[in-house]
Design a protein around this ligand. Sequence first.
Ligand code: KG4
Ligand code: ZN
Length: 352
Amino acid sequence: MIRRGAPVVLGVESSCDETGFGIVSEGVLLGQGLASSARQHAEFGGVVPEIAARAHLEAAVPTLHLALEDAGVQLGDVTHVAVTSGPGLATAVHVGLAAAKSVAWALDRPLYGVHHLAGHAAADTLEHGPLPERSIILIVSGGHTSILAVGDLVRDPIEHLGDTLDDAAGEAFDKVSRLLGLGYPGGPAISRAALEGDPTAFSFPRAMLRPGDAPYTFSFSGLKTAVARTVETLERAGEAVPVADVAASFEQAVVDVLVTKAVRAVKDRGLDTLVIVGGVAANARLRAAAQERCDAEGISLRIPPIRLCTDNGAMIAAVGDLLVRSGAAPSGLGIAADPSAVLHGAQLPLPR
Ligand code: KG4
Ligand code: ZN
């Protein structure tokens, strides 16, 4: 039920291969529509920007209809529009921007540009309510891996404690999946293969965990190379590659580093809440390991339900809803795509 006079925010997401529309009112997800072009990219082993953009164009109107139907609202009920304006694939972001601008202009509603990664963080609020006064957020997606210190998601500046020096966690899953012949997207494929595997079969490197290493910084390219070497060595020796064991051991190496550094950040900052978001947060081994470590340390762990971990429109609507309720000024119809926007704040462009 929508409270009389409450904002009804439409969120639009198109930064990668998911076309998402979500509708949120006062922190409550009313409904959403989602389409994915992942299958069209599978044969290329990764997202092809032109194919993604074309798929967004085809999916936009039907997916918006799905969201409205799911939420049980009319387009005219929408009071505000929020859209991912970066970071992401430029051609893909343009399609969502054009869709969002069309709706905002036709309905004469305010438009808010949203940072995609703030959307991932806000997704958790749809399930678990407002974030505490301060928390540590581990963002693990296909393009980004960061540990952030966060206060009010839309009012306070977002502090980066550490990022990845090279590959993002999801990117490592995608690349290792490709070299194991498991296809794209790699995360779910590796997880499935790993179910039958022994996570201790291979001891792959855990980078940046030595004393003296930057405490919250990640690096995954060495791990990817180590997996590639192992596979090559086995193949050269004419041995069958134990795909399940390699997948499980790789997954365990990623999870160990992510959980160690994220929990360290929570403790170093004297906080008690860890939030894990982004596509890789859908990973069952990560969810279980993080839960175990947080229970042992007395840390409260928040991870969105799996359907809200990977890209969707609801998470962008969630940021829009927070911005509207915090009284933020709209970004306006002139906003441009910012494909490499760094996360300093939830709204784009950053208000001066
Ligand atoms: O957040 P997201 O949907 O898109 C970006 O913003 O990048 O994340 C996509 C990434 C992909 O790299 C995909 O392989 C990974 O999330 N992913 C997973 C799982 N599901 C998706 N990684 C590990 N385990 C999963 N179950
Ligand atoms: Zn994402």
